[in-house]
Structures are given as structure tokens and as C-alpha cells.
Design a protein around this ligand. Structure first.
Ligand SMILES: [Zn+2]
Length: 361
């Protein structure tokens, strides 16, 4: 069958146009494939770079641990205990030393390079899920906080003491200890206001968080609500895993004597294998806090106290202090502590002390 010449020419043109179109499509596909290759290559290079810095961090951990002024005691109760309670991740020996060993600020800086995470305020769960997005080092995630703060920022963990309801089940007072204490008590309460200590410490803790964040400090809260159940050792572990530069445990006091009033700050006594590596720095922070709190509030100065019996101190691998911000059993002080203005004074004093301690002022 033959087409008239004009039909044939039209057919030829159609075929040419069709072929040209196919060629264009091939070129487009080639270009697209090229672009995809480039994107994949860039992603791989980035991943390699990140993994490389993690490894660098890992080796820095071991070197910082070996060069730490206080090496672990022969029996190393903290290491055993830390493994037993599952503080470590399943990844490598390197990360195991990070959480069990005596971390110093050097270690903090090596870990901080990984991810720039916005300041955490939502508690441990949020932070650990964010960290999983970083490449190496996080093959498994623990339930407690793992924080990778921005490179230069200092990290402060704030623990508002107690919680709505205490938990009288027991836990060891320190790593490997046979002596046990209640996991967390419900605290005291305002003799006039009826405000529970846990509510006061949370309100002050949240104010302190905001004040520190305003100074560029990364803040991790052990809790931001009343209805939690976090033992004192678990709170210390949150601070350890956050590689906190400072761990601040806010409490208020109670006494049988309603005339007793004033502020004092507690810090850990040096116990070999537990707190010997943090006692000095903790005492320094406690002294600064005591001075600044008295100056800011005008409260009675009750001085600082070294304590050996506090679970939240004995489990801590980072410098820690505990301000007892006043006596809720003293009518006048209870009412002061209930006021926003007085809470602001407390926060002002503590912020000043923390900035001083961290060398930011
Ligand atoms: Zn308390």
C-alpha cells in the first residue's frame, strides 16, 4: 500500500519528530541520573565526615579517661554498677568508658561536635530520640538522656527535687553499695502555703532554666512536670549522660523547729571511687552558690555542707551541688518562697554563681 506523496511526507515528519522527542527524553534521563549520582556522592561524603569525627571523639574519650587525674579504683564499683544498670550503650568500649568513666569537660567538648540540637527542655526522651539521627555511635538508644549539645555551649542539668508522689522502693546509695535508700521522697511542704516542695523546686527550676538559656547555656531538665517517677540515681545518670558541666539539684528544707530558717548548699564529700573526682569542683560550685544566694536574697547564711549520704551525689560523675533554698516549715520563709519576686532573687543568685563557675562571667 502506498501513500500519496503528501501523506508520506507527513508520516516521515511525524517519525522524525517522534525520534527527536525520544532523544530529548534520553538526554533528560541522563542529566537526571547524573544529578542523582552527585547527590548520593555528596551524602556519602558527609556521612563519612561525620563518622570520622565520631571516631575522633571516641579516641579522645579513652585518652581523656586514661589521663584523668583520678583513675577508677581497683574494684571499680561504678563501672560494674553502671554496666549492671544499663547506663552504657551497646556500641563500643569507647562509649562505655564515656558513661561509666570519670568524664571531664574535655570529654564534653569531644562529644559536642556531633549534632547541633536545639536546647532541650522536654526531658530525656526527646533528647535521646534526637540523638539517634546522628550517624555512628548510636546503634542503640537508652531511655535516659543522651545529649549532644552545640560545640561551645556549656551544659547544665537542673533537677527539681522530688516529684508529686515519692517512691519508697529502694536503690543503692552509690554504685555497688549494699546500703540502700528510698528512690525518691515526696519532700516537705509549706507550713502556711501548703505548697509541696516538689512544686516549689519545679517552679524555681523552670525559671532557672530560662535564665540560663538566655545566657546561651544548654539546659537539660530531669523533669518538667510533677507526675513523673525518677529516682535520685536516675537523675544523676541523666546528668552523667548529658555530660553536664554542672548538675544543680534544687531543694527546700524542713525542720521540726518552725523558727529555723535560711539557705545552705550541699555538695558531695570525697568518697574514693564515687565522688573523689567531683568533690573539689562541686565544693567550689557550692561555695559560689551559697555566696550568691545569700547576696541575692538576704536570707540567713547557713553555710555549705559536705554530704556522704546522698544517692544523687554518689551516682554523679559530674560536679554537683544542692541548694536548700529555704525552710518551708518556717512561716515567713514559706511565704517568701511562694512569691514570684523572691523566686526571681533565688534564680538570679544561682544564675550568677553558675555563670561564675562555668567561667562565663
Ligand atoms: Zn528536698
Amino acid at each position: 500500500m502506498s501513500f500519496p506523496p503528501t501523506r508520506e511526507r507527513e508520516t516521515q515528519e511525524l517519525i522524525k519528530r517522534f525520534q527527536a522527542k525520544r532523544a530529548r527524553q534520553r538526554r533528560v534521563r541522563l542529566v537526571l541520573a547524573g544529578v542523582v549520582c552527585l547527590v548520593v556522592a555528596a551524602a556519602v561524603l558527609t556521612a563519612v565526615a561525620v563518622a570520622g569525627s565520631d571516631e575522633g571523639g571516641g579516641s579522645a574519650f579513652s585518652s581523656s579517661v586514661t589521663s584523668a587525674p583520678n583513675s577508677a579504683p581497683p574494684t571499680s564499683p561504678r563501672q560494674e554498677a553502671a554496666v549492671a544498670v544499663g547506663v552504657t550503650t551497646t556500641s563500643t568500649a569507647g562509649s562505655a568508658t564515656t558513661s561509666t568513666g570519670k568524664t571531664t569537660t574535655t570529654t564534653d567538648k569531644t562529644t559536642t561536635g556531633d549534632t547541633a540540637i536545639p536546647t532541650t527542655s522536654g526531658g530525656p526522651a526527646t533528647t535521646s530520640s534526637t540523638t539517634t539521627t546522628s550517624t555512628a555511635k548510636t546503634p542503640s538508644t537508652e531511655t535516659t538522656a543522651t545529649v549532644a549539645p552545640a560545640s561551645s555551649a556549656k551544659v547544665v542539668v537542673i533537677d527539681p527535687g522530688h516529684q508529686a508522689q515519692g517512691d519508697s522502693s529502694l536503690e543503692p546509695v552509690g554504685p555497688g553499695a549494699s546500703e540502700k535508700k528510698a528512690k525518691v521522697s515526696s519532700g516537705t511542704a509549706g507550713v502556711v502555703t501548703g505548697i509541696p516542695e516538689s512544686e516549689l523546686t519545679l517552679a524555681v527550676g523552670l525559671k532557672l532554666r530560662d535564665a540560663l538559656k538566655a545566657h546561651g547555656i544548654k539546659v537539660v531538665m530531669t523533669r518538667t512536670s510533677q507526675n513523673v517517677n525518677i529516682s535520685n540515681s536516675a537523675r544523676a545518670k541523666i546528668a552523667n549522660e548529658a555530660h553536664a558541666d554542672l548538675f544543680v539539684r534544687i531543694h527546700a528544707d524542713g525542720s521540726d523547729n518552725s523558727s529555723t530558717n535560711g539557705i545552705h548548699v550541699l555538695y558531695p564529700v570525697s568518697i574514693k571511687g564515687w565522688t573523689d573526682d567531683i568533690a573539689g569542683a562541686s565544693k567550689k560550685a557550692a561555695s559560689l552558690a551559697q555566696q550568691a544566694l545569700i547576696a541575692a536574697t538576704g536570707a540567713k547564711d547557713r553555710g555549705i555542707d559536705a554530704r556522704s549520704d546522698m544517692t544523687g551525689f554518689n551516682w554523679s560523675d559530674v560536679p554537683v551541688f544542692l541548694p536548700e533554698i529555704g525552710f518551708m516549715t518556717n512561716p515567713a520563709e514559706d511565704q517568701l518562697l511562694a512569691s514570684g519576686a523572691y523566686r526571681d532573687k533565688i534564680v538570679k543568685g544561682m544564675t550568677q554563681a553558675i555563670l561564675q563557675y562555668l567561667g562565663l562571667k
